[in-house]
Ligand binder design. Structure first.
Ligand SMILES: Cc1cc2nc3c(=O)[nH]c(=O)nc-3n(C[C@H](O)[C@H](O)[C@H](O)COP(=O)(O)OP(=O)(O)OC[C@H]3O[C@@H](n4cnc5c(N)ncnc54)[C@H](O)[C@@H]3O)c2cc1C
Length: 372
């Protein structure tokens, strides 16, 4: 005996919670299921902050991040929650950094607001930051950061408000893609639906095993530090999100437990079942040294750290679109460590695909069968 649902969403992390919300907003009365409770800390979408960065190397991402902004704002208005802190982002590197230069070119091509700054101008504007004299920096004022756990919870609570049903603690064991109406076997019985959205984060290889997706899961860690002096210099109104394009380190102003810093370089390959959540002291020390270099007055004290996972595709671009073997299944996966900012627009795209069979957003580069 199946439970029937017209629209079913598997996985209620950043992407699935957003898809559930956008389906519910359209009156589709979706059902969402997740193996854990909403806002859990086992996947990729928990914590206090994720960069909302306009600064990208490809106009497609700039288009999508611009499309995401009004959706985040609408969600804030509906819920009364503050989700986005629009305090800008500063990317910087020594001269000749190809990634930085390419992003600056794309900012110009896409007419995204940006300012190229010298090290001196950076310190004038953001006194905590003191960068080497020959640094090239680019400030994008429309960037900022999102409160990650709050975004997920808000998408789900607003989805419920608009008629969605959520089943937490329900684990998907098998998806039968051979049926026109997909059948989903779970720890709490089976479901059958007309349209299925699957957004399983780092569990994608297991949940979508028919596709043999070329995904790699890596362990990533983030560390919080308390500045001992002049706390005010590190607040979001005095310090933007900042990213060092030479080191691939990035950080946030003082928010939640402290100043968060992390390494965007890919950590050791792992899996959701085996991920080692012990904090890596070498990474912590390297990041702390970096923080002291770019903010000589910070005098940081370690507060806490946390572990999360990236789910990487070979080209670091997302997987969004129809399941190649069943046209009633839609997939959002492989967000390669930079998906959160887009989650509300990804959810909207997945909802449009499920309801209308198409979307006008530019998702061709994300098609699932591009790796052959
Ligand atoms: C340390 C770190 C820093 C990051 N920083 C940024 C940033 O600054 N900016 C940015 O834009 N992005 C950032 N990202 C990336 C971003 O957080 C992820 O791309 C995004 O959160 C992925 O969301 P998801 O919904 O795909 O995965 P998840 O949030 O992991 O959601 C997947 C969900 O599916 C459920 N699920 C899986 N399998 C099953 C099953 N069998 N049955 C039932 N439920 C199942 C899981 O329980 C989970 O809730 C960062 C990621 C990390 C780890």
């Amino acid at each position: 005996m199946h439970r029937d649902a017209e629209f079913l969403v598997v996985g209620l992390g950043a992407m699935g919670s957003a898809a559930l919300y956008h389906l519910a907003r359209q009156g589709a009365a979706p059902v969402g299921i997740d193996q854990y409770s909403v806002g859990h800390t086992h996947g990729s979408s928990h914590g206090h902050s994720r960069a909302f960065r306009v600064f990208y190397n490809d106009p497609v991402y700039v288009t999508l991040v611009k499309a995401a902004l009004p959706l985040w704002q609408e969600l804030e208005t509906l819920s009364g929650e503050q989700l986005l802190t629009p305090n800008g982002m500063l990317a910087f590197a020594r001269p000749g950094n190809e990634r930085l230069d390419q992003n600056i070119r794309v900012m110009g091509e896409t007419q995204a607001a940006h300012e190229v700054l010298t090290a001196e101008e950076v310190t004038d504007r953001f006194p905590a930051l003191q960068l080497p004299a020959d640094t090239v920096a680019c400030y994008t004022p429309d960037s900022g950061f999102l409160n990650a756990s709050r975004c997920v919870r808000t998408h789900v609570s607003q989805a419920e408000r608009f008629g969605a049903t959520v089943h937490s603690g329900v684990s998907v064991r098998h998806i039968d893609i051979s049926k026109e109406q997909p059948e989903i076997e779970t720890s709490a019985g089976s479901y059958r639906c007309k349209r299925l959205i699957v957004a399983p984060g780092p569990w994608a290889s297991q949940v979508l095993k028919d596709l043999s997706l070329p995904l790699e899961v890596t362990r990533q860690q983030k560390f919080y530090f308390q500045p001992q002096d002049a706390e005010a210099l590190y607040q979001p109104d005095r310090l933007p999100v900042y990213a060092d394009y030479d080191r691939r380190y990035y950080g946030f102003p003082y928010y939640g437990p402290g100043i968060k810093i992390a390494d965007d370089g890919h950590g050791p390959v792992t899996s959701p079942e085996t991920v080692d959540r012990t904090l890596d002291l070498d990474v912590q020390n390297a990041l702390e040294q970096w923080l002291k270099t770019i903010m000589p007055g910070v005098n940081p004290t370690f507060v806490e750290g946390a572990t999360c996972m990236y789910t990487l595709t070979p080209d670091n671009d997302f997987l969004i679109g129809h399941h190649p073997l069943n046209s009633n299944i839609f997939v959002g996966a492989g967000f390669s460590g930079h998906g959160f900012k887009f989650s509300t627009i990804v959810g909207k795209i997945l909802a449009e695909l499920a309801v209308d069979g198409k979307t006008d957003y530019p998702i061709d580069k994300f098609r699932l069968n591009r790796f052959g």
